[in-house]
Design a binder for this molecule. Sequence first.
Ligand code: UDP
Length: 253
Amino acid sequence: MARRKLVYEGKAKILYEGPEPGTMVQYFKDDATAFNAGKRDVIEGKGVLNNRLSEFFMNGLAGIGVPTHFIRRINMREQLIRAVEIIPLKVVVRNVAAGLMSKRLGIKEGTSLPRPIIEFYYKDDNLGDPLVTEEHVIAFGWASQQDLDDMVALGMRVNDFLSGLMLGVGIKLVDFKIEIGRIWDGDFMRLIVADEISPDSCRLWDIESGQKLDKDVFRCDLGSLSDAYTEVARRLGVMPSNTGHVTKPTLIN
Ligand code: UDP
């Protein structure tokens, strides 16, 4: 079998060259990291769950006209995506105060925000992804004013879609992070949702109990991460219950 060319390996995913120009294969690993990789572990089955969940969210977004990089799922851990030029910003949308915002501004975790708030973080592991303003983004040429306006619009549409979807299955979408990529159709450039959307990049709280169903389970040692992600997938009807856990084959005597 021909070896695929590795393009980029990140903390949770690997990108390979795709079968056609303009495509890539995105492979979801089981590795979990937090605190800029200060904490790490391997969570069996996480990559399978995130591959399916990201497919589900990206397909749903495409269904309401939000452009994404997703083309199709290839297998349990891989999906075919459009090759994009990633804008070096993490776009965070918040509905409820939590995480860094609570720490930075002293707002109690769980406080509903008066309206969704969008923040930009400059993607740089060495700097710990600092929060930046639109002034920085434009002055340093990471994106234009038009790009920023488009990113805010995309962030808001993704927020409306995901919030509604989650609310329908008894989950509060506290916040999430997306990454945005540029693609060209001839001379025409547009921005699309890229990377992944999964419980690795969202805060999801059960509405009734407040139970965390996202990566905070790993960050804060709150129990089984794969159980939490399986629960999200189950509620959304994404995975048949018997494929939630990837079990090793057992020897039959
Ligand atoms: N997030 C992410 N990747 C990052 C940083 C944040 O997916 O590198 C997500 C995180 O899971 C949460 C939201 O973005 O859903 C906001 O995270 P926050 O800024 O509060 O930082 P954190 O407390 O997660 O470090």
